[in-house]
Ligand binder design. Structure first.
Ligand code: NAD
Ligand code: MG
Length: 381
């Protein structure tokens, strides 16, 4: 069955790998693409995949792109208005949310309202607006198909099983580039060190989030929304080889895991074709060569991204938004070499302390909590 997709964030790590999956499967079509500022790559993608709509982050980038593709029949738009159009294009069956950050909230909601299935990579959206997105998806009868490797693994492990029989979700983590180090050893780590992930090549923001374990914290909240589990049912297990992508323990004690070489194309393709499995080229696990898979407990003293995330999730309401927004801003500052690695935790902690929780926040209240968090950080750092 042929499917038509639209992509939020087609020039990034998940976006380009999604297009590799499209290349390998002739029955996938691309209706629309969007990106922040990479006009050259967007032009190449338009020429290769022939979408009818392309959206850039700014008017300036859109004007440049329009000029470059004036020989083609493609509409070029900019900003949130463009993303909202992309989200509801009638011919698209599925929206791939490969954009980074809370900017994904409004287009994702618009797509669900228009009845599109969502292949969800953009975890920040679920972390901050899961209480709006999950019930809306249920009401509209659309599927939220996880692209995040851990959540895809859980989704695959659950296939055919009743969600209520889950006893625990065992969310695996690589531990990131600083696994095994203590807090004092993290005081002077450089940006370059934090950007060296041991197993996965990803966008810069999520790579830093993996080094702080904020990523795993966001994934705990993502799992809670996707699978309707309590926080106490989610356990993070460090598995440094990134071979087990996550596991589910059922009420009878059976544990089902999904294993594979670390390749995001597998969860992307699984989400696009669910419930079908297709051939995917790539390395297979060689258990003789692998010889061992090891496990550790996460070091919550050193990597405070994880306990802070649990705290934000327990406080609930608008607090996960503050956790996420503070982290987005802190990571951006770290990427610009304006703060040190451990300052990321301080910025998140101070922002959370400053915030008064709004229960069950609307999209406007979520965006207001984001804005207030940014303002607080700007005045202090
Ligand atoms: P990335 O930085 O590589 O790509 C982000 C994409 O969003 C780019 O195409 C960028 O142009 C686009 N974008 C940014 N600002 C925009 C704007 N204002 N308007 C339109 N487009 C804009 O990020 P990534 O690593 O691909 O991650 C994307 C999402 O997927 C994140 O939420 C991340 O947590 C999640 N995720 C990524 C991976 C991975 O392997 N990379 C794994 C699991 C989950
Ligand atoms: Mg992940």
């Amino acid at each position: 069955m042929s499917k038509t997709i639209a992509i939020l964030g087609s020039t990034g790590s998940i976006g380009t790998q999604t297009l590799e999956v499209v290349e390998a499967n002739k029955d996938l079509k691309v209706a629309a693409l969007s990106a922040g500022s990479n006009v050259a790559l967007m032009e190449a993608q338009i020429r290769r995949f022939g979408p009818r709509l392309a959206v850039m982050g700014t008017e300036e980038a859109a004007a440049d792109l329009r000029q470059r593709v004036r020989d083609l029949d493609v509409q070029v738009e900019a900003g949130m208005e463009g993303l909202l159009k992309l989200a509801v294009l009638p011919e698209a069956d599925i929206l791939v949310t490969a954009i980074v950050g809370m900017i994904g909230i409004r287009p994702t909601i618009a797509a669900i309202q228009a009845g599109k299935d969502i292949a969800l990579a953009n975890k920040e959206t679920l972390v901050t607006a899961g209480h709006i997105i999950m019930p809306l998806a249920k009401e509209k009868g659309v599927r939220i198909l996880p692209v995040d490797s851990e959540h895809s693994a859980i989704f695959q492990a659950l296939n055919g099983e009743d969600g209520r029989q889950i006893s625990r979700v065992l969310l695996t983590a690589s531990g990131g580039p600083f696994r095994g180090r203590k807090r004092t050893e993290l005081e002077k780590v450089q940006l370059e060190d934090a950007l060296k992930h041991p197993n996965w090549a990803m966008g810069q923001k999520i790579t830093i989030d993996s080094a702080t374990l904020v990523n795993k914290g966001l994934e705990v909240m993502e799992a809670k929304w996707l699978f309707g589990t309590d926080l106490d049912q989610i356990q993070v297990v460090v598995q440094p080889q990134s071979v087990i992508h996550s596991m589910v323990e059922f009420v009878d004690g059976a544990v089902i895991a999904q294993l594979g070489t670390p390749d995001m194309k597998l969860p992307i393709q699984y989400a696009l074709y669910y419930p079908e499995r297709r051939f995917l080229a790539g390395e297979r696990l060689d258990f003789a060569k692998l010889s061992r898979i090891t496990f550790e407990e996460p070091d919550m003293e050193t990597f405070q991204g994880l306990p802070l995330a649990f705290q934000a999730a327990r406080q609930g309401g608008s607090m996960p938004t503050v956790f996420n927004a503070a982290n987005e801003r802190a990571v951006s500052k770290f990427l610009h070499r304006q703060i040190r690695f451990l300052d990321i935790y301080e910025i998140i902690r101070a922002s959370m302390e400053e915030h008064r929780v709004v229960e069950n926040p609307s999209v406007e209240e979520i965006l207001e909590a984001e804005r207030a968090t940014y303002e607080f950080i700007e005045n202090r750092w």
